[in-house]
Ligand binder design. Structure first.
Ligand SMILES: *[C@@H]1O[C@H](CO)[C@@H](O)[C@H](O)[C@H]1NC(C)=O
Length: 292
């Protein structure tokens, strides 16, 4: 009899959990929806091969994003599996400055330029949170392009530098923080670095904590907040890189004009499986709860 009761309790909890999931996912989908006019279309971006350079001024355009590539790693020595990918990008765009942010230089940079954030930075539980946070600060301070180490370059990024901010679309909703373009001091980044303090909460498990405090869900929330309070920004200032130009989770024939290749070593986040992983973790937790 008790077992039967436990089973019904388990079923009810499961039903509530599923209902909650549907409500959360549909509201997240609603609030994090990307305005169709925000997507960069392939027609807006000239298609160049990997050895053709493009100078905005020659086309009557203004370069907004400085030619700086930012990457992060624990130390100055990139792991062998990613060093070639990173080097190939720098060789393709030798005029781009390269800044590698190590654990030590990241902390020094925050202490020097954003000392109000140093306590939060030092107090993060997970190293990934620091690796996430530093990319928003260096983009705010210098501008440029932040790229995870597992992203490779297929053609020079020159034509993308005329937009103030570009973020890649991720699955199922929102934007990713593994590749970000920004001009120096853009107000979206200003909002983002300040909200790191507000969003610094623990969600008990490592995955949701990282996702919502510093990672892609955090950035997606910043995008949603910013575009809601600056309604014209989606179509003009902050452009979204569609799958066809971002290339992530796309077969080569689906994204022949992609600027990037992806090695899915996932240096920091297994981010596209994020929600599934998150639900999986909670699902397992609930199963244990049900079994108790
Ligand atoms: C550039 O493209 C050509 C032709 O697709 C390819 O053979 C070559 O390896 C590429 N070079 C770089 C540096 O990616």
């Amino acid at each position: 009899m008790n077992r039967r009761r436990a089973f019904y309790v388990f079923l009810s909890v499961l039903a509530l959990f599923l209902l909650g999931t549907v409500v959360v996912l549909s509201s997240v989908t609603y609030y994090l929806a990307i305005d169709p006019s925000a997507y960069l279309s392939e027609l807006e971006v000239p298609y160049l091969d990997n050895s053709t350079r493009w100078n905005p001024a020659d086309h009557g355009e203004v370069q907004r994003i400085p030619r700086i590539i930012h990457q992060t790693w624990k130390t100055e020595t990139l792991p062998a599996r990613w060093s070639g990918i990173s080097r190939a990008c720098r060789e393709m765009m030798p005029d781009y400055e390269y800044m590698l942010w190590t654990d030590a230089s990241s902390r020094e940079f925050i202490a020097e330029h954003y000392s109000w954030f140093l306590d939060t930075f030092d107090d993060y539980t997970y190293a990934i949170q620091r690796a996430d946070a530093i990319r928003y600060f260096v983009l705010h301070y210098y501008g440029g392009i932040y790229m995870d180490l597992d992203i490779g370059c297929l053609r020079p990024m020159d034509p993308l530098l005329i937009y103030p901010v570009i973020l890649p679309k991720t699955i199922p909703v929102g934007v990713s923080n593994d590749l970000m373009f920004a001009e120096k001091g853009h107000p979206l980044l200003e909002q983002t670095i300040h909200n790191l303090v507000t969003f610094d909460h623990s969600w008990i498990l490592n995955y949701p904590t990282v996702m919502f405090s510093t990672g892609p869900m955090f950035l997606s929330a910043q995008y949603g907040l910013y575009t809601a309070s600056h309604p014209t920004s989606a179509g003009t200032e902050i452009r979204i890189l569609p799958k066809s130009l971002y290339g992530k989770n796309a077969k080569p024939e689906e994204a022949p004009h992609s600027f990037f290749s992806h090695f899915y070593g996932s240096s920091w986040h297994a981010d596209d499986a994020a929600f599934i992983g998150f639900l999986g973790t909670w699902g397992k937790g609930l199963m244990w709860f049900g079994l108790l």
